[in-house]
Design a protein around this ligand. Structure first.
Ligand code: 9L3
Ligand code: MG
Length: 147
């Protein structure tokens, strides 16, 4: 079974500290209607000609108004080429996830979110994560609790 050309997405597990994370940022979507009200890791589609790194920096600047430093990858189950280590988002998207910390600014829901929450690790499931984000959160939790 081969899914050809899933569209690449980047998602950021924004934490308070890359070495000793205690909180994760969750963002509540306002669009599209099918996803509105669901909580996700901020991020979005990689644009043509853009590197993944550029996409992370652009998306977090656009959506949250912050400059970030990127940390470790949170590898997912997809395999092959551009999707290697990404997470499936339905049949059409593959999301690469990295940890990140804010270096400049305070996250604000500027674009496609209407609420943000810094979740302590013990409260990671206090929000209704989008279905496809949930396994990513579980992996982030394992990563955090193994530090
Ligand atoms: N998506 C799901 N979870 C996420 C992100 C960043 C994105 N953590 C889904 C929502 C859209 C698609 O990926 O269907 C593209 O995301 P965006 O560009 O609309 O943010
Ligand atoms: Mg987005």
């Amino acid at each position: 079974m081969t899914d050809v050309s899933r569209r690449l997405v980047v998602g950021a597990a924004l934490v308070d500290d890359l070495e000793r994370p205690t909180r994760l940022l969750a963002a509540r979507r306002t669009e599209p209607p099918a996803l509105a009200g669901g909580w996700e890791l901020p991020g979005g589609k990689v644009e043509p000609g853009e590197s993944l790194e550029q996409a992370w920096h652009r998306e977090l600047a656009e959506e949250l108004g912050v400059q970030v430093e990127l940390g470790d990858r949170v590898p997912g189950p997809l395999r092959g080429d551009a999707e290697e280590g990404a997470w499936p988002l339905g049949p059409s998207y593959a999301m690469h996830v990295r940890l990140a910390v804010v270096v400049t600014g305070e996250p604000q829901p500027l674009d496609e979110h209407d609420a943000l929450r810094w979740l302590p690790v013990a409260q990671l499931y206090d929000v209704g994560w989008l279905r496809d984000d949930r396994p990513v959160i579980e992996a982030v939790e394992r990563w955090i609790t193994s530090r």
